[in-house]
Design a protein around this ligand. Structure first.
Ligand SMILES: [Zn+2]
Length: 274
């Protein structure tokens, strides 16, 4: 929801049932507060699986959308699958890099591949800007994230004015179990407690793997993507299933969490708490 604050003559406009007495003419000033959305995600694919529907909805409301990608997701076990160790349930066979005509992937190759998927998804969702923190996958710390988010938010507000709606992983252990996700959730929650002037609201998103949980003690709300926005979320998800080794696209997201993408495609939405 995009609520604008419009002040006319310094007070909120009201309707009056009685005729006012003649008054001296006053100058009318109009102040409009703009709001932007800043999303913070741990790994390439969290952005679309956790927040694709919300990003699409925020863009549809006319807001600028910014995204921080905290790691490059280099620790994924998908690298072993792509290098021929183990059988991918999603691909349905054991990869053979030589036969499939690509060099075995280094950790840097995986980083680059995951960035390609993320960047394609973000451009499909038409976000205004994304940045990388490149913190270690599996070693995200709350303080580094908090500092980076505060700095980036201040940069956004300095450039565009207004306030920011902050969104990302939940900090509630009833709805999350990955330490990187929780570190980010805690950073966002710390910022909410500090309540800086640039912050308007905070929302904490729950990833697909845990959508079936009961979330005891949490009031969970749903954000839907509909029509063309839903189609855009699905297309962003397909970026994570793109298989084109000659172009450095290895469908890392698809190999990693195929069930989550299947669920996203069947019903693009997000779950969050405040
Ligand atoms: Zn993640």
């Amino acid at each position: 929801m995009d609520r604008r604050t419009v002040l006319i003559g310094g007070v909120a406009a009201t309707t009056a049932a009685v005729l006012p007495s003649p008054k001296p003419k006053t100058t009318t000033t109009t102040t409009t507060t703009v709001f932007h959305s800043l999303f913070v995600w741990a790994h390439p694919d969290d952005d679309t699986l956790g927040g694709g529907a919300a990003i699409a909805a925020e863009k549809a409301s006319g807001k600028k959308v910014f995204v921080i990608m905290v790691t490059d997701g280099e620790a994924t076990g998908v690298r072993d699958l792509l290098n021929g160790s183990g059988t991918s349930s999603w691909a349905g066979y054991t990869h053979n890099p030589t036969a499939e005509d690509y060099a075995p992937l280094t950790q840097d190759d995986i980083k680059a591949a995951r960035r390609r998927e993320f960047e394609t998804a973000m451009r499909t969702l038409q976000v205004d800007e994304f940045i990388y923190l490149s913190l270690p996958d599996g070693g995200v710390d709350t303080t580094s994230v908090q500092t980076a988010v505060e700095n980036y938010a201040q940069t956004i507000v300095n450039q565009y004015g207004g306030q920011i709606d902050l969104k990302g992983h939940t900090y509630k252990t009833v709805a999350e179990d990955h330490p990187d996700h929780l570190a980010i959730g805690n950073a966002l929650h710390n910022i909410a407690v500090d309540a800086p002037t640039w912050l308007r609201s905070s929302r904490y998103f729950i990833l697909w793997e845990l959508h079936g949980s009961s979330f005891i003690g949490l009031t969970v709300a749903r954000v839907n993507a509909i029509g063309a926005d839903a189609a855009r979320v699905v297309m962003a998800g397909r970026a994570y299933e793109a298989w084109a080794p000659v172009q450095g696209m290895f469908a890392v997201g698809g190999h990693s969490v195929p069930e989550a993408f299947t669920a996203l495609f069947s019903d693009p939405h997000g779950l969050y708490h405040s």
